[in-house]
Design a protein around this ligand. Structure first.
Ligand code: MG
Length: 375
């Protein structure tokens, strides 16, 4: 929603700080709607379909991928934005772009690539998402990247070291001055957390890595599950899980919107710049924050560190580091356009190439380079 229905502290496309390369306005679409469209048409966005969230893509058709995760983040983010009368289009653009920089194999891939890049400025998926939209997409005759509006780029860059912030110009400044981004960016960030906490429970149970009985110790899940069982005593397990997760998502959205509205009223921001100067305004209530943290640490200990996930993680790290090392030792193994980039900055060009791979492309490329029997 743009225009008169927006709260005064919402991001307004007509007051945007603009794009890096100036472009005429598009008839019928605001700057942020246009950014969302640019993200959806990017090749990095299409590749999210074949990138791991927690489960490697080929493990099953029903698990979340980075693409379905990003769609869930956008949907949750828009629901929150609508309740707070801030800019839904901007939240959507940020949410759809937030994971564009993810390596294959999720966090395992990112950790391995960071290790490989230690001597060359490191690798961080969040910074890479910005790099994808600023530099790596090749869709315009006149410039690299998607030339997104400042507010979208500000939202994509969730965190950043001070060293990197200094190199990023305008979009890095808030890290140096310890300021907040727009409400829309803060919403996209917490919508991400709501999405993964809930869908990882669902995927964890579906995969058999988590058992329902374990979740009885997680207050946020347990109390909704109890209510569902009371209301539907005959309910089957699969449907019970779905109904419980659905209620959890709703409860988190309602709590976040309520607590945020309370904070907005107390801080009384009159503009997006007041929002940037204030403390974090988008937040859960203290009780729900505690419950959400308990759920997070449950997932860390029981799902992300499950031995079967760890085995996958171990292999993923190996694939990513061996690919990086092979290309670094011999850049002529790179496809030609990446060789051209490597001539300017070898390590970064290789990191860009490896980070852009889907899970299955990385495995195929690894086979092509290391399997004796496969040409
Ligand atoms: Mg995410």
């Amino acid at each position: 929603m743009d225009g008169p229905g927006l709260a005064p502290y919402a991001a307004r496309p007509e007051l945007s700080r603009g794009r890096r390369y100036s472009e005429p306005d598009a008839p019928g679409r605001s700057a942020f709607q246009r950014d969302r469209d640019r993200v959806v048409h990017s090749s990095a966005f299409r590749r999210l379909e074949y990138k791991t969230q927690v489960f490697v893509n080929h493990e099953g058709d029903l698990f979340r991928t980075r693409l379905t995760h990003s769609l869930e983040v956008a949907q949750i983010g828009r629901a929150i934005a609508r309740q707070l009368a801030v800019n839904e289009d901007l939240v959507e653009a940020i949410a759809l772009a937030h994971d564009l920089g993810h390596t294959p194999f999720g966090h395992a891939g990112q950790d391995a690539l960071h290790e490989c890049m230690k001597e060359h400025g490191g690798f961080e998926h969040n910074l890479q998402s910005l790099r994808v939209v600023d530099e790596l997409e090749e869709r315009y005759g006149g410039f690299n990247g998607l030339n997104l509006a400042f507010e979208t780029r500000e939202g994509i860059l969730k965190h950043c070291s001070l060293e990197n912030a200094r190199k990023l110009g305008e979009v890095g400044e808030r890290f140096l001055h310890r300021r907040q981004p727009s409400l829309e960016a803060q919403i996209a960030n917490l919508a991400d957390e709501i999405a993964y906490n809930n869908h990882d429970i669902d995927d964890g149970l579906r995969s058999g890595l988590l058992q329902l009985a374990q979740l009885e110790d997680v207050p946020l899940f347990a109390h909704h599950a109890r209510e569902v069982r009371e209301q539907f005593p005959e309910i089957g397990e699969r449907r019970m899980v779905n109904e419980t997760v659905r209620r959890m998502i709703n409860a988190l959205i309602v709590d976040l919107a309520t607590e945020t509205a309370r904070r907005i009223e107390a801080a009384h921001p009159a503009s997006i710049d007041d929002v940037r100067q204030a403390g974090p305004l988008v937040a859960f209530s203290a009780d729900v924050r505690k419950e959400a943290d308990a759920l997070k640490s449950f997932l860390l200990n029981n799902l992300y560190r499950h031995y079967r996930v760890m085995r996958m993680t171990k292999k993923a790290r190996r694939v990513v580091s061996e690919l990086f090392r092979a290309f670094h030792d011999e850049p002529r193994l790179l496809p030609l356009d990446h060789q051209a980039r490597a001539a300017e900055d070898k390590a970064r060009a290789i990191a860009d190439y490896v980070a852009g791979m889907t899970d299955r492309y990385a495995m195929k490329e690894h086979q092509r380079l290391f399997a004796i029997s496969d040409g």
